[in-house]
Write a new protein. Structure first.
Ligand code: NAP
Length: 272
């Protein structure tokens, strides 16, 4: 992503905390911040799979020797681990400027009446309660200096519920309601609240949703050209590099073959 000088100056030297940075949109966002600032950025990268974060950290260091990164395990669904995580940040990473609340998931496509209770709990504990707890904790840092950007990963699912998505959609509706209320509460501050609402992005999302069945996950993108993690990452970096007077409050982003949660164009399969 090439960047105007003013936007680059606004981001340079900032500290960005990304949850769910081990894969997909979160990982791509870490890479985009590094690329946009040529490594003049501090990244706090969290997820449950530490080995994936280690690889990302090494790759970023190779490409941008000046970059500062801190990686640590964090399961956002474990509320009690959030404060210790923030307290354990080394001094140079404590003053977070941008929070990217990205960790999230859908589990299964079962319809109401047959949904696994554990999946309901995990989805809400991660997408909703985890996101709320992290926002509350980081907001203390932002309030103390009257600045900071909160980026929430919403979804088209938070606007357009679909059959087989009741729990995921409800979780993303909750994210949207929480985020809108928060933006209103912060109206007299310089803290910006941004929600990015992607349509279909090909990441590990569908593999997780299908409990690790990659073949089933791949079928979702057959005949289509979905978005990729970097497409959303560019918009996150863009939205947090605007002038202070500008808030990109919401960004609904589709691949060009999608117009709602379920209105999707697929190229017909080639005749055999
Ligand atoms: N892909 C899409 O089509 C799409 C569309 C709209 C919105 N979104 C949203 O975008 C966000 C990122 O999704 P993605 O597409 O990048 O999916 P992904 O490739 O599956 O990545 C999800 C990330 O979240 C992390 N994560 C999952 N559970 C976690 C937990 N309990 N604690 C901490 N980290 C956790 C995963 O890391 P670990 O497993 O290592 O913890 C991973 O890094 C989600 O909020 C999702 O709802 C995705």
């Amino acid at each position: 992503m090439s960047f105007g000088k003013a936007a680059l100056a606004r981001l340079s030297g900032k500290t960005v905390f990304i949850t769910g940075a081990s894969a997909g949109i979160g990982k791509a966002t870490a890479i985009q911040y590094a690329e946009a600032t040529n490594g003049n950025i501090k990244l706090v990268l969290a997820a449950r799979r530490l080995e994936k974060l280690q690889t990302l950290q090494e790759d970023l260091k190779k490409e941008y020797p000046e970059i500062s990164t801190y990686i640590a395990k964090l399961d956002v669904s474990e509320k009690n681990s959030i404060h210790p995580f923030l307290e354990a940040l080394p001094a140079e990473f404590k003053d977070i400027d941008i929070l990217v609340n990205n960790a999230g998931k859908a589990l299964g496509s079962a319809q109401v009446g047959s949904i696994n209770e554990k999946d309901i709990e995990e989805t809400f504990n991660t997408n909703v309660l985890g996101l709320i707890s992290i926002t509350q904790a980081v907001l203390q840092i932002f309030k103390a200096k009257n600045s900071g950007d909160i980026v929430q990963l919403g979804s088209i699912a938070g606007k357009d519920p679909y059959p087989g998505g009741s729990i995921y959609c409800a979780s993303k509706f909750a994210v949207r309601a929480f985020t809108e209320a928060l933006r209103k509460e912060l109206i007299n501050t310089k803290i910006r609240v941004i929600e990015i609402q992607p349509g279909a992005v090909e990441t590990e999302f569908s593999i997780v949703r299908n409990y690790g069945d990659k073949e089933k996950a791949d079928k979702i993108y057959e005949g289509r050209e979905p978005l990729y993690g970097e497409d959303i990452a560019e918009l996150i970096v863009f939205s947090t590099s605007r002038k202070q007077n500008t808030v990109i409050a919401e960004m609904l982003v589709f691949p060009s073959d999608q117009a709602s949660a379920s209105h999707v164009y697929r190229k017909p399969a080639a005749a055999k």
